[in-house]
Design a protein around this ligand. Structure first.
Ligand code: HEC
Length: 253
C-alpha cells in the first residue's frame, strides 16, 4: 500500500513561509490552500442543505422561501464560521497568503455554481404534497461540484470507495487514498500530493459519517433507505468518502 502524506493546516503554512521565493513551491502552496478552501466551501453548502432538510421535505408547504439568495447568505455565514473568511468582502480583500489569488477567483465561481444548483432545484423544493424529494446534501454536492468543474481548470468532486452515484466513482488515485484513509483512525486532516511528475496537485479531504447519516447509510445493511438505495451498514465515525480537488500546476491556467 502506498503511503500518503497527511497534512494539517500548520504544515501548509510552514511550507508557504519557508519557501517564499521558489515559484514552484508558492504555486503549490497557493493551489493547496485554494483546494482546501474549495473543499470547505462545498462542505459548508452540504451543511446548509442538511440544516434546511426538514423545510425542504415539508409536504404541507409549497413556496419554501429557500431561494438561491437565502442559500447563499447561509453558505457565506457557514463558510465564515469554518474558515474566518468573509466571502462578501473577497473582491476588496488584499491578496495575501491567507487568500491566494487563485482562491479569490475560484471561491466565487463555486458560490455561483452552488446558487445555480439551488435555482434549478426550486421546482422540486417548492413542490407541495411530497415529503422526501431526493434533494439532500449529497445531491447538492454532486451537482455543484460537477457544475463548477465544467467551467474551471480545477476539478472538484465528491467521491467514495463504493459510491451510490456512478458519477462519483473514484479514479485510481482517489481510490488508493480512500482505502488508505479507511484503514486509519479518523483525523481532521487532509491528504495533499503532487502527481504526474509534479504537474498535478491532488487534495483529498475526508468526510466521516455522523449519527444523522446512518438513517440512510447505516444498519440494517441491505435495507432500502428513504432514497431507495440499499443501506451500507456503516457506523458513526466510519469514513464516508471525500471531497477531492485536482489542480493542474505549471502555469497551465
Ligand atoms: C436521505 C438519505 C441520506 C442521508 C441522510 C445521507 N445520505 Fe449520503 N447519499 C445519499 C444518496 C441518495 C447519495 C447519492 C447522491 C447522488 O445521487 O449523487 C449519497 C451520496 C453520498 C456521498 C457521495 C458518494 C456517493 O455515494 O455517491 C457521500 C460522501 C455521502 N453520501 C455521505 C453522507 C454523509 C457524511 C451523510 C451525513 C452527514 C449522508 N451522506 C447522509 C443518501 C443519504
Amino acid at each position: 500500500m502506498i503511503g500518503h502524506v497527511v497534512c494539517v493546516l500548520a504544515v501548509t503554512v510552514l511550507l508557504m513561509l519557508s519557501q517564499p521565493l521558489q515559484v514552484g513551491a508558492v504555486e503549490r502552496a497557493e493551489a493547496e490552500e485554494t483546494a482546501r478552501l474549495l473543499a470547505k466551501l462545498l462542505q459548508s453548502g452540504r451543511v446548509v442543505i442538511d440544516r434546511n432538510q426538514s423545510l425542504i421535505d415539508d409536504p404541507h408547504k409549497g413556496e419554501k422561501g429557500f431561494t438561491p439568495e437565502v442559500f447563499e447568505q447561509q453558505l457565506v455565514q457557514e463558510f465564515r464560521i469554518r474558515t474566518g473568511i468573509d466571502l462578501t468582502a473577497l473582491p476588496k480583500a488584499p491578496v495575501s497568503i491567507v487568500i491566494p489569488p487563485l482562491a479569490k477567483e475560484l471561491l466565487p465561481a463555486l458560490v455561483q455554481a452552488s446558487r445555480e444548483v439551488i435555482r434549478e432545484a426550486q421546482v422540486v423544493i417548492n413542490q407541495r404534497g411530497i415529503g422526501y424529494k431526493n434533494f439532500i446534501p449529497a445531491t447538492y454536492g454532486s451537482q455543484a461540484s460537477a457544475r463548477f468543474s465544467k467551467s474551471s481548470h480545477v476539478r472538484l468532486k465528491q467521491t467514495a470507495i463504493q459510491p451510490r452515484n456512478p458519477k462519483n466513482e473514484p479514479d485510481e488515485y482517489e481510490s488508493s487514498v480512500l482505502k488508505w484513509l479507511s484503514a486509519r483512525p479518523r483525523a481532521d486532516a487532509y491528504v495533499s500530493e503532487l502527481t504526474e511528475e509534479g504537474r498535478t496537485l491532488r487534495v483529498v479531504m475526508p468526510i466521516y459519517y455522523a449519527k444523522d447519516c446512518l438513517s440512510c447509510h447505516g444498519e440494517p445493511k441491505g435495507d432500502l433507505d428513504i432514497s431507495g438505495y440499499p443501506k451500507e451498514g456503516h457506523k458513526e465515525g466510519d469514513l464516508a468518502g471525500a471531497i477531492t480537488v485536482t489542480a493542474p500546476l505549471g502555469g497551465t491556467r
